[in-house]
Design a protein around this ligand. Structure first.
Ligand code: ZN
Length: 314
């Protein structure tokens, strides 16, 4: 096997001629010098139509490729410009990268996949890229593959929610598919008009196929759901049920504490004198304190309580 074929295979370079490989001492990276094969040369970066050469562009360019072991690797090549009949003067396409990308296709695909299965920290550390870069890579890969996927197809059980960002100043309305667990739609805003645009995109036939919908108690969601998918069973989502129950439990606990405190105040004060271990206790006051500190015990399932919490609640 010739050496250049090994490099081509290592970096996933199809339709590419490898001219040479060097170790860049200054940057501590491997640089593979390459050019597209004759049939792939001088093609429009957008439509890949063969087009006349315009100029040399900005000269040599580097594309980040997947690391080789722990060493970063780059593909370096000329980046001439061509004149496309439809797209005008544009940088010629290269077989190893998407148009306007600074990374190879394999690098893009790996980052996009990692972004869907791991954390922000894991992707940026492992691939040694900024989070902003991950965003543009995901957008690029989606533009390339997303057209073939219809995320609104086959929806039956959906969840509608609003999320706030910029400290509650801006909102996004999001729709998830409960069967696949995926986010299927999102748009800026949290109003009936925002949600109506989702059902417009879904269309009448697919709207009629929705059987269940979960949402928080927001009126604007309830109104649009009743209007567009009256057949669907409306469910409260688990997150909000827990939130509501916790708030209700807190309210009851505070009321009980206030009652106990009032009872403690109306109790006769113990006789004056130095307080000793044998001083008479004030049961109502102890009760009030106990209730005040029972918040976490009340949240737990009975079987998960510690012995002390059991005693407290008793
Ligand atoms: Zn073109």
């Amino acid at each position: 096997m010739r050496e250049t074929r090994v490099w081509r295979a290592l970096l996933g370079l199809e339709n590419t001629v490898v001219e040479g490989v060097e170790f860049d001492d200054d940057a501590g990276v491997i640089v593979v010098h390459a050019r597209p094969t004759a049939s792939r040369r001088d093609r429009c970066g957008t439509c890949r139509r063969r087009s006349p050469r315009f100029d040399h562009g900005d000269g040599r360019r580097r594309w980040r490729a997947l690391d080789l072991g722990s060493v970063q690797a780059f593909v370096e090549a000329d980046a001439p410009r061509v004149t496309c009949r439809r797209h005008g003067v544009t940088v010629a396409s290269v077989p190893w990268a998407r148009h306007d990308a600074g990374h190879t296709r394999d690098f893009d695909d790996t980052v996009a996949w990692l972004a869907t299965v791991t954390s922000k920290t894991a992707v940026t550390r492992l691939m040694r890229v900024a989070w902003r870069t991950v965003g543009s890579i995901v957008a690029r890969v989606w533009a390339d593959t997303g057209g073939a996927v219809d995320r609104l197809e086959g929806l039956a059980r959906i969840g509608i929610d609003e999320i706030s960002y910029r400290r509650g100043q801006r909102y996004l309305t999001v729709v998830v598919d409960h069967d696949s667990g995926r986010l299927v739609w999102a748009a800026p805003g949290n109003s009936a008009a925002t949600l109506r645009s989702f059902f417009d995109a879904l269309g009448e036939t697919r709207s009629a196929a929705i059987t269940h919908v979960s949402a928080d108690g927001a009126d604007w969601i309830a109104v649009v759901v009743a209007e567009r998918i009256p057949q669907a069973v409306v469910c409260a989502d688990a997150f909000h049920v827990v939130q509501w129950a916790t708030a209700a439990l807190d309210q009851v606990r505070i009321e009980a504490w206030r009652t106990a405190r009032a009872a403690a105040r109306s109790e006769p004060r113990p006789r004056r004198g130095p307080r000793t271990a044998n001083s008479p206790k004030r049961p109502a006051s102890d009760l009030a304190n106990g209730i005040k500190r029972s918040r976490y015990a009340l949240w737990k399932n009975p079987e998960d309580l510690t012995e002390r919490q059991h005693a407290k609640l008793a």
